[in-house]
Design a protein around this ligand. Structure first.
Ligand code: HGY
Ligand code: MN
Ligand code: MN
Length: 423
């Protein structure tokens, strides 16, 4: 029997599962890109859920579904009283998503379990693999909603009443519709022994530094705001400029203004207007209203607050100058999270033991791990994104890097789950 520290995953088997899940809600680009569109609780998301739950059961997992649709599969250890070592992520995607964002953390976890089961290695702690509902926050806000409810950070009833940004569908109704309104209560009873999430970096750092593994130190703070700007709809030809109250002008000031704030602040500050909708959106009508979203992030909470304050100032100045009314709604607001130092060290040491280059780095993207860190020791394993691309159907990570990340995940989990002697 292979010594536990010599165990390695079956990279080809993991890649086959990534490909199979990648065919659910497949999006094909003009240059051969193969992406995914599986917005949370859509029919495509249900199909993806059914496929992954089937794999969980195929390898003997006991699958449970909670009231917000989080799915957790568990494989027993030798000590029934021991808390599970949990791996996982999400399988919902943005509308222009890729094969790897989230999916790698869930299918990498399944690959680890299948490798352990196949080796006959006995572990004291159970192993668990989870996928959480609506991590992306593209259809329902906030993002990381399922894991937030799982750890008690958002009331279940509040989550079930969230309305979708696009079609105002109610989250709880969509859960019922796709058959994933589970029986288990939220928040979850009992915390895992630890949580480890394998994920693509989704940025350019590892690739630029030619490093294979990222030992993730934490997640930056996130601030999402939805603005509804209301002016006076009027004829584009007959209305003198001096009489206009054009919300489009204020929206334009916000788009360029938040870019200027991030550029001036530098460091890790980023700013994005990702959604911008004019109403009635017609060539010859001064818009009545404009709805847009502002995404601000920083690794430092104080700096993030400064960015928010500067954004609010530019918004009120521009709205006052144009006589436009502003309504705003916070869609998400999470402070920066630091992961457990011992967990970060374990990822770092394990990657080096396996002979991989490794660097410590914060995550620019939000992840379920930032919620799990509230209840148990947590860290993440990053692998490089080609051209730093993600939330783009061209998202890609080389198979060798996928395999390297899964092997680091495997060995980290074996350490945490405590191999039984004579196993
Ligand atoms: O927005 C994020 O960072 C994550 O993809 N939900
Ligand atoms: Mn993700
Ligand atoms: Mn994502």
């Amino acid at each position: 029997m292979t010594a536990p520290q010599e165990l390695r995953v079956d990279g080809a088997r993991l890649w086959r599962r990534l490909e199979a899940l990648g065919e659910v809600g497949a999006v094909h680009g003009p240059n051969g890109e193969r992406g995914n569109a599986r917005l949370a609780l859509s029919d495509a998301d249900r199909q993806g859920r059914d496929l992954v739950v089937g794999w969980m059961r195929d390898i003997g997992g006991h699958v449970s579904i909670d009231a917000v649709g989080n799915v957790v599969a568990v494989w027993p250890g030798t000590d029934p009283s021991a808390a599970p070592v949990m791996m996982g992520s999400h399988i919902d995607t943005v509308r222009t998503g890729g094969w790897f964002d989230g999916n790698l953390g869930v299918l990498g976890g399944l690959e680890v379990v299948e490798t352990v089961l196949g080796s006959g290695t006995r572990l004291r702690h159970p192993l668990a693999v989870a996928f959480f509902t609506n991590e992306e926050g593209a259809r329902f806000q906030p993002d990381m909603l399922g894991s937030l409810v799982y750890v008690g950070g958002m009331a279940l009833e509040e989550a079930l009443d969230v309305q979708a940004a696009d079609d105002e569908a109610r989250l709880g109704d969509e859960l019922q519709r796709i058959g994933y309104a589970g029986p288990l209560p939220c928040p979850a009873a009992g915390a895992p022994r630890a949580f480890v999430e394998l994920h693509i970096e989704q940025g350019p750092v590892l690739e630029d530094e030619s490093v294979t593994i990222g030992a993730v130190t934490g997640v930056q703070g996130i601030s999402w705001t939805e603005l509804t700007l209301t002016g006076q709809s009027a004829h584009a030809g007959t209305t003198p400029m001096r009489l206009r109250r054009d919300p489009g002008v204020v929206a334009a000031a916000v788009v360029s203004g938040v870019r200027a704030i991030a550029t001036e602040m530098g460091g890790s500050q980023v700013a994005t207007v990702g959604r911008l909708e004019f109403h009635p959106n017609l060539v010859n009508v001064v818009p009545a209203s404009v709805t847009l979203t502002v995404d601000l992030r920083n690794t430092d909470e104080e700096l993030l607050r400064q960015a928010e304050a500067r954004f609010q100032q530019l918004l009120s100045d521009a709205a006052a100058a144009e006589g436009v009314d502003v309504r705003q709604r916070t869609l998400a607001r999470f402070e920066p999270v630091e992961f457990d130092p011992e967990m970060i060290q374990l990822v770092d040491d394990t990657a080096r033991r396996l002979g991989h280059s490794v660097m410590r780095m914060p995550s620019g993207a939000g992840h379920d791990a930032q919620m799990m860190a509230r209840v148990c020791p947590t860290s993440m394993v990053f692998v490089p994104s080609v051209n730093g691309l993600s939330h783009n159907i061209a998202e890609y990570t080389h198979p060798a890097d996928i395999e390297a990340g899964a092997n680091v995940l495997l060995q980290v989990v074996l350490t945490l789950a405590a191999v039984e002697s004579g196993a």
